[in-house]
Ligand binder design. Sequence first.
Ligand code: ADP
Ligand code: MG
Length: 473
Amino acid sequence: MRRRNPGRAETSTPPAERPRRRALFRSAGVRFALVYAAVFGLSAFVLAVALWYSTLSLLQNQVENAIHNDSQALMEHERLGGLASLETAINDRLASSSDPDGIYLLVDASGAKLMGNLDQWPAGLDQNNVWYELPVARRGVDSVALLKVKALPDGMRLLVGRDMRARLELRNVLRAGLIWAVSLMIALGIGGALLIRSLFRRTIRKISITTSAVARGDITRRVAVSGIGDEFDDLAGAINEMLDRIARLMDGVKQVSNAIAHDLRTPVTRARTRLEDAALHATTKEEMQAAIDRATQDLDGIVAVFEALLRISEIEAGSRRAAFAPLDLAPVLMDLDELYSAVAEEKQIVLRTEVAGPLPVLGDRELIQQAVVNLLDNALKFSAPQTLVVFSAKLADGVVQIVVADRGPGIAEKDLARATERFFRAESARSTAGSGLGLALVMAVAQLHNGTLHLHDNHPGLRAVISIPANRR
Ligand SMILES: Nc1ncnc2c1ncn2[C@@H]1O[C@H](COP(=O)(O)OP(=O)(O)O)[C@@H](O)[C@H]1O
Ligand SMILES: [Mg+2]
């Protein structure tokens, strides 16, 4: 039932479009359009019916009132002036042309006509003071009349009514008019629906063309944004943002796999060479042991790199968010200060710590600690003796800011953006220990907490700033 007859579809669908068409009711555009048409048609129909009934009942009320007043007036004539007065009044009404639809009939107790403009008492008209709508014959013309009977003394009866033919005709005209109006509205509704469907289709098609191109492998494609700022623009914007992110991630994956291959080959080769060398040339057990120890160290380093990589991936996946808890960072940072004061002293670096608590955040204590450790590590690693490292934290404008600023060589302008990439190490840093994963972890932790990591030039040196939204309770 819901499916379109396939035979008809064959004949009514242009060949070029055939594969793109789908069963009529499976199209969202058609569904929206039909709902629109139904709502539009229904409201038109309700309007027409309401108009129809209010007009007709107005007409009916008018006629009933006229008959009622007329018959009351005639009864009054009879009561005050007797039969003669009543007959005069009826005659006046018949003679005047003020209401050509007026119907009057006065009969005696036997039912014989005394006067009036109706030839005979209509069949079925037997009760007094009740409304009747009956067919009557007036001057030989068949018509319909609204009638009421009033009882008079001596068994006489008075019939007062109005010919309804003109009003029935009016009703027919009204009905025809309303049927036309409703038909026109339904046609307009369907036209509007078709318009909606094609608009809908056109907009959706832009998106589906782009997404299928992306699915086929062209990640550079983006959905065109009309610039109107409507819901479809929002959707297109969201899709484009998603594609940007996917592209960045793919880029990252590519880069990371290259970097892994590149950076790990050296220590693996070195370990291998050492072991091979020892196997060939070691003459004592001690020499052999020393070679194995060094190779084990190399391999431990590789394992550490893999662990760091996995940790960053885990953080980026966001699963650790489930374990977030409200915490005050101030004591956490003070602990780090204690730890790193000793390291700084050893390297003769001045570490100045300015932590103004409390620093409430919702997060993972261990991860934030690790991130700050990475920044402090870098600062102390790249600083020369007798220089200053400032480690500060404060709460401002609902954001907890942790700053580590050193006076070392800093990061060149062109490298600032890449410094947080996995495995990135500036040329000048080649001589220091490290694998280039520290800042990548800091970045991942900041983003996990809906925060940011910004690196600035400290003139000279590097100023790294972690910003995390404060936890408001
Ligand atoms: N405080 C700093 N001063 C100068 N350069 C830095 C500093 N911190 C980071 N960098 C640069 O950014 C690179 C990436 O840092 P990081 O991710 O911590 O890796 P790693 O410390 O293992 O080299 C470093 O190799 C270095 O070139
Ligand atoms: Mg580092």
